[in-house]
Design a protein around this ligand. Structure first.
Ligand code: PBG
Length: 303
């Protein structure tokens, strides 16, 4: 068996990725482990001029980190779970899911207090197909323009006046101490979050049982159940993280409630929605709730 002495975390070098890796580093350090970070630039960080859904999806953010795990240059990769493909490549596992931060979307705007306050035809920045279809359902008059880059870049483009407002995950803003930029946090019933939004996942090589044992005390099982249901919707719908798909689950005791929505980015048709509630105690049961909701979406015309 592999004996873990010093642990290396592979991480992207955006401020948010570093915050997340340092967070896991500090949790492990508190447990007496020596932990260092290995910063890397991924394809997803380099390609800033095209929509990610056109160049291969968000998997572009994790590939280089997996190569580092494969080659033994790193032990763990910390990811925003939202950016992790539904099926990891053979030989890799999700070793841990941490307690979720705020899963909701937030509106950031220098001028306007909330979505309703935006004038007719206002320009809103987002490159997420999910946010596009949800925003369009709420405010068909808005002009939605692409917005890429890390959090600081997106906020800078907003501040330069390229947009009237932008929509971001509340979790990222809160982690970076930018919560004061939030003008409105969307109720999930209006802007349903993406599968896994706000949760961190730690990826390991599946053959590293030593690391799985090490990570066990960091896991938040309620979050893990919820995101398993959410990710199962996404997986059953085709697995890409760049679909116009929202999936959000909440756990109340052992009762998991899962909501999902899908919208056609090409047509102005109403959103297709799905919902299911069940008592769950295992990740498999959570995933089967997700498959049930995906079947509802497909029956409603999602593809
Ligand atoms: N796709 C980029 C991304 N990946 C994770 C987060 C935010 C943090 C999280 O959801 O955990 C963001 C930024 C955003 O959507 O605003």
């Amino acid at each position: 068996m592999h004996l873990v002495s010093s642990i290396v975390i592979a991480t992207r070098e955006s401020r948010l990725a570093l915050w997340q890796a340092e967070h896991v580093q500090s949790l492990l350090t508190q447990r007496g482990r020596a932990v260092s970070l290995l910063g890397m630039t991924t394809k997803g960080d380099q390609i800033l001029d095209r929509s990610l859904s056109k160049v291969g999806g968000k998997g572009l953010f994790v590939k280089e980190l997996e190569v580092a795990l494969e080659e033994g240059r790193a032990d763990l990769a910390v990811h925003s779970l939202k950016d992790v493909p539904m099926d990891l490549p053979a030989g890799f596992s999700l070793g841990c899911v941490l307690e979720r931060e705020d899963p909701r979307d937030a509106l950031v705007s220098p001028q306007y207090a909330d979505l309703d306050a935006l004038p007719q035809g206002a320009v809103v920045g987002t490159s997420s197909l999910r946010r596009v279809v949800l925003l369009r359902a709420l405010r068909p008059d808005l002009r939605i323009e692409p917005l890429r880059g890390n959090l600081d870049t997106r906020l800078r483009k907003l501040d330069e006046g390229q947009y009237d407002a932008i929509v971001l995950a509340a979790a990222g803003l809160k982690r970076l101490g930018l919560a004061e930029r939030i003008r409105q946090v969307f109720d999930p019933s209006r802007m349903l979050p993406a599968a896994g939004q706000g949760a961190l996942g730690i990826e390991v090589r599946s053959d590293r049982a030593d690391l799985l044992a090490l990570l066990e005390p960091l896991a938040h099982h309620g979050t893990w159940l919820a995101v398993s249901a959410e990710r199962a919707v996404s997986r059953a719908m085709g697995g890409s993280c760049s679909m116009p798909l929202a999936a959000h689950a909440t756990l109340d005791g052992a009762v998991l409630r899962l909501d999902a929505a899908w919208g056609d980015p090409q047509a102005a048709a109403p959103l297709v929605r799905g919902q299911a509630v069940a008592t769950v105690t295992s990740l498999e049961q959570a995933a089967s709730l997700g498959e049930q909701v995906a079947a509802q979406l497909r029956a409603g015309g999602a593809h």
